[in-house]
Ligand binder design. Sequence first.
Ligand code: GTR
Length: 433
Amino acid sequence: MDPRLNWLRVVALLAAVSSAIAAEAIPSNEDESKVPSYTLPDPLVFADGRPVQDAAAWRQRRAELLELYRSHVYGRTPKGLPRPKGKVLSTEADALAGVAVRKIVRVPLTSDPKGPAMDVLIYLPKSAVGPVPAFVGYNFNGNHAVTLDPGVPLARSWVENRKETGITDHVANERSRGSEASAWPIGRILARGYAVATIYYGDVEADFDGGWKTGLRGAVAKEGPAHVFAPDEWGAIGAWAWGLSRALDHLETDRAIDARHVAVIGHSRLGKTSLWAGAQDERFAMVVANESGEGGAALARRWFGETVWRINTSFPHWFCGRFKDYNHDVPSLPVDQHELIALGAPRPVYVASAEEDRWADPRGEFLATKHAEPVYALLGKPGLGVAVMPPVNTPVGGTLGYHIRTGKHALTAYDWEQYLDFADRHLKPAKAR
Ligand code: GTR
C-alpha cells in the first residue's frame, strides 16, 4: 500500500480524536476536593508584565481589561448606536395605595419607530422631598410580573413559558401578574427612600438562541436577521447591558431621581448583566450581582458548579463567539471574574450567594470578590474586610460587599435588605442616613 495512505489515515484518526476531545462535555462538579489548583490573572499587572502602581496606571489597565472582556467574553457593543429619547407613556401620582408615584416610560432602542423599544417601570416614594437615589434592574417575566398594580400593562414582548406564570404561548397573560413580586419588594424599597426602575429584559432581546433576530442585536445589524456574528461581536448579555445604560440615560432626565446615585442590580443571568453594565458604564454608582454565578461573579477557573463549556452549550447566545474557544481551556482565558468585579472600582460592588445555589459556586463568588480587593486597596478603598468566607446570613464588607444566605437560587427580601443597608452607606449623604 502507498505509505502516504497510512499517513493520511493517521492524520484522519488524530483529527477525529481531537474533535472528539473538543466536543467532550465538561460536567459540572460539586465536590470541593475536586477543584483543581489554578492561577488567576493579576488585575494589577498589565498584559505586557508591567505592574500597575497607581490610580493613573489603573485607568490604563482598566481600559485593557475592558478590551479583553469585549474580545473574549461578552463581545463588543457596536459603535455609534443611536440613543433615542424615552417618552413618558403614563404617570400615576397615587400608585400602590398612595405610597408611590408610578411612571411608565418607553425608550426606543433604535431610530426606527417600529424597532425594539423597552418599557421602564418606575416607582418613586411619594413622600420624597428631593431627588432620590434609585435601583435599576431587569426582571425576568415582564414589568407586570413584579407587582399586582393593575396599572402596569402586560409585557408586549416574547416571554418564556413557565409553569409558575401559566404562560404556554410566549404571550404574557393576567395570570402572570405579580408572579415575580417576591423578587421586587417595591413597598420596602420605597419606604427606605429609594426609587426603583425595572425593565423586562425580553424587551431588548428574547432570551433564546435566535432571539436576537427580532431584538436589538438584529435591528442594528446591517444584514438584519441574516447577520453572521464575528467572534468578538456582542452577545445577549452585551445587548441587555446596553439597555441598562439607556435606562440610566432616561433616569438622568427625571428630576425626581438622583441619577448620580443609581445602583444597577440583577439576579442570576441578569446579575451577570448588571456586572457587565456597571463595568462599562461608570455612571452606575453601585453594582449588585445576586447569585450571578458562571460568567458573572464566580471564578471561571474554579471547576465548581456550572462550567464555561456548560454555559456556552446551554446558552450559546449569551456571550460572544470567542468565549466558546475556552470551553475546554479555561486556564487560557486572559481574564477571570475577579477582574470584572474590579472594573467596578472604586465604586461599591455587592456580590451575593445562596447556600443551596451550588450551581452558581458561592465560594467562587466570594473568592472573586476577595481577589478584586487589591484594586480597591490601590484606590484607597476598603474591600471586604474579612480573610475568609463569612458564615451564612452574615453580611460583610466595606466598599465591596458580600453575603451568603440560607436557601435557594432567588432574589429575596433578605437580599434586598442587605443591598438597601449597603446603599444607605454608599449612595446617601451622611445626614440622610
Ligand atoms: C441557569 C444558568 C445560570 C443562571 C441561571 C439563571 O440555568 O445555568 O448561569 O444564569 O440560569 O439566570 O437563573
